[in-house]
Design a protein around this ligand. Structure first.
Ligand code: FES
Length: 90
């Protein structure tokens, strides 16, 4: 079994920040998707602003060290599948 992954979603509020660009909705969509997959909702956490909101909302996957920018709720199933369901065993 690989290292447990965590999904950090930025939903920081403020003008031009991820929260204004749908970060909150995205956070809820990730939580719903992982629950639907039988995973703990605590797999999805809120991220603090990392100064990337120009490309927000941003999502960071730990420990894969992968960033996603301009993420939409429609991207959620694919990101969850890629990082949480298809974990490598190496
Ligand atoms: S508010 Fe999300 S990166 Fe700044």
């Amino acid at each position: 079994m690989g290292t447990p992954r965590q999904i950090f979603v930025c939903a920081t509020l403020g003008e031009g920040r991820c929260g204004e660009k749908g970060g909150g909705e995205l956070f809820e969509a990730f939580r719903e998707e992982v629950s639907r997959m039988g995973l703990s909702p605590s797999t999805v956490l809120r991220n603090a602003c990392t100064r990337r909101h120009e490309e927000g909302p941003v999502v960071f996957i730990f420990p894969d060290d992968v960033w996603y920018t301009r993420v939409h709720t429609g991207d959620v199933p694919e990101i969850v599948e890629r990082h949480l369901l298809r974990q490598t065993t190496a």
